[in-house]
Design a protein around this ligand. Sequence first.
Ligand code: BG6
Length: 463
Amino acid sequence: MTIPSSDAFVFFGATGDLAYKKIFPALQAMTKRGELEMPVIGVGRSEWSGGKLRARARDSLEHNGGVDKEAFEKLSARMEYVSGDYGDPATYEGLKTMLGGAKRPLHYLAIPPSLFGPVVRGLAKAGCAKDARVVVEKPFGRDLASAQALNRELHEVFDEAAIFRIDHYLGKEAVQNLQYFRFANSFLDPIWNRHYVDNIQITMAEKFGVQGRGAFYEEVGAIRDVVQNHLLQVIALLAMDPPTGHDAESMRAEKLRLFRAMRPLDPKEVVRGQFRGYLDEEGVPKDSKVETFAALRLHIDTWRWAGVPFYIRTGKNLPITATEVRVGLKCPPLATFDDISPATANYFRFRLSPEVVISTGARVKSPGEEMRGQPVELVARHQTRGDQEPYERLLHDAIEGDASLFTRDDTVEAAWRVVDPMLGDVPPPEPYEPGSWGPEAAHRVISGKQGWHDPKPEEAPPC
Ligand code: BG6
């Protein structure tokens, strides 16, 4: 069955930060590829005109990747703006008029989750929800209960098949490549389990702080902001069983099984940190207990992964901006030559950001008389960046009705169930110095033999 493409692109939150940094550049790139031959309607609360939105789009492009004259002209000729309060029926009547003859609009909600309910109800009342799709931004709720409530609100108006929950990490080229590498290489199949894998760790480090977004960050903290979504999604791709079919639902079914096998976090295996200076950020109360750093150990209760620790570490104001996965293999059973520890044994390394790298860590003999070794990396892929930005890929997929890279209602709830024990009333975070690898206590969650592997600046491999 062919799924019809959307025939209008509506984006709520058009005047916001996300639109400025990511959405306008994605829309220009999609126009350039011929993937956005439809009206593009921005909706926002500010009293702007179509002209003001187009000026904002140009300014956004000038600061984020550059204006492509031809593509921008096409895009701006299609771009219009509707202003109004999201609780006011007149806003949706205005949108309906603007949609004209479009029959299958896609509504992208780049707005806080508390507004999802009022907006979808407004769309439904005005007749703008029929045969439409809705794309919703993260965070999808604050905890399990609020995510369940949001799902109920969305389902009042849209079938699950018409709801696309975005997680931009899933649109990253490197994350796609990780998924491809796993299921396209049969040599991985026999070793991708508890018999050969010693531990898996993922570090998402950011060199910058909260960049003036203190008030936003206060609502989330590292666990809600990136662990519940981006990092658990990456773990799911690393650990899930191969899907049994080629369609989106087969992939989503395996992912769900994996999420359901993740044990809810044990507060004893989580360390939360806060960088010194966070309390002086604008919008942050002086007694804030919000974490800007988290390190944790996760367990997956399946036969494949029983006993294999999964470690996650993320933080703001760390020494580098890089996201890296390291799948550490077990040591050889006997030390024939030099001693090999879990920290120096073979591994697979997936650099997910900012570069795209896949490599295998091996050992070779060092030149000389002695039978002593040294580490080398066999590089399978080294790219400075992906050729398509995540939002281009994801918004195009949503227009085409391809849900493979979007999170289903049951999966998003399963992910909240994992982190729920760490939300709410938790002890204060431990302070750490900006530019450090977080509080000392982060070493508590990882076995001393394995240790954290800090991502390093990526060097291009020798040709
Ligand atoms: C966002 C978080 O979802 O992801 C930010 O809200 C974070 O806090 C960002 O900085 C990281 O994404 P990327 O693609 O820039 O690595």
